[in-house]
Design a protein around this ligand. Sequence first.
Ligand code: HEM
Length: 123
Amino acid sequence: QQPPKDDSLYQDLGQRAGIQRIVEGMLINVARDQRIVEHFRKVDIVRLRDKLVEQLCVESGGPCRYTGDSMAEAHKGQNLTPSDFNALVEDLIASMDTEKVPVPAQNRLIARLAPMRSEVIGK
Ligand code: HEM
């Protein structure tokens, strides 16, 4: 038998609906973010939204499955920099602020994304 899964972060993010609002808010922030918006010009934004929601759901301990590409695959050829990465994280944090996600929960989510940094940057 599996130990019960810790889904407290998923709950703190407002479950699937809350995560969807966070992701959509982040993408709206990205659309206004001159530092990185160019990367997203030709992207299927609905697919990106859906894959991000799945991924944040999984990473926060929610009952979801991630069906997208690997992080290395998704960011291959983009040559993303540490500054690009930081800009996206700022846009995510601003969205979580708008959604009134408590700061400790924000920090837990960022901590779960941080290990992906090396798979995203410089590919
Ligand atoms: C921890 C940080 C990041 C995570 C968790 C993440 C997550 C994802 C996910 C789940 C996808 C969708 C993959 C798929 O379609 O199957 C994706 C695609 C994409 N990401 Fe990221 N990403 C991160 C950082 C970044 C950064 C810093 C940028 C640019 C500033 C970026 C730009 C993009 C773009 C443009 C796509 C679409 C690629 C395409 O459709 O060809 N990502 N990302």
